[in-house]
Design a protein around this ligand. Structure first.
Ligand SMILES: [Cu+2]
Length: 119
């Protein structure tokens, strides 16, 4: 080894170790900061969806929870998603992977409507 190579090797090894430690420590932090793992909630209560219009980012999982003491459904007007009948405290979740406006309603009570806007 020349003098120069020894110097480079001596400098590089601690840098490599530091980088390896940074990468080794990062996955748990990244998992928590994942923007694509966003969640949003809609509550169904007193024959209405709240918020009636929900705006979310692409990749967001929206969970509807029936807080009413009456069964409801969450059905996309355009056939994009369709829940089964959700009884009290039952949930339905859908992940929106494309931007757009998604109107939906309850098939048991068609006057119950809501909208998810995905940006
Ligand atoms: Cu309903």
């Amino acid at each position: 080894m020349t003098r120069k190579n020894v110097w480079v090797a001596g400098l590089t090894t601690p840098v490599m170790i530091a980088l390896l430690l940074m990468f080794a420590g990062s996955p748990s932090v990244k998992a928590n900061d994942q923007p694509s793992a966003a969640n949003a909630e809609v509550k169904i209560d007193n024959f209405s969806f709240g918020p009636q219009t929900l705006t979310v980012a692409v990749g967001t999982t929206v969970t509807w929870t029936n807080r009413d003491d009456i069964p409801h459904t969450v059905v996309s007007a355009d056939g994009v998603f369709k829940s089964q009948v959700r009884d009290t405290d039952e949930k339905f979740a859908y992940t929106f992977t494309k931007a757009g406006t998604y109107p939906y309603y309850c098939t048991i009570h068609p006057k119950m409507t809501g909208k998810v806007v995905v940006q």
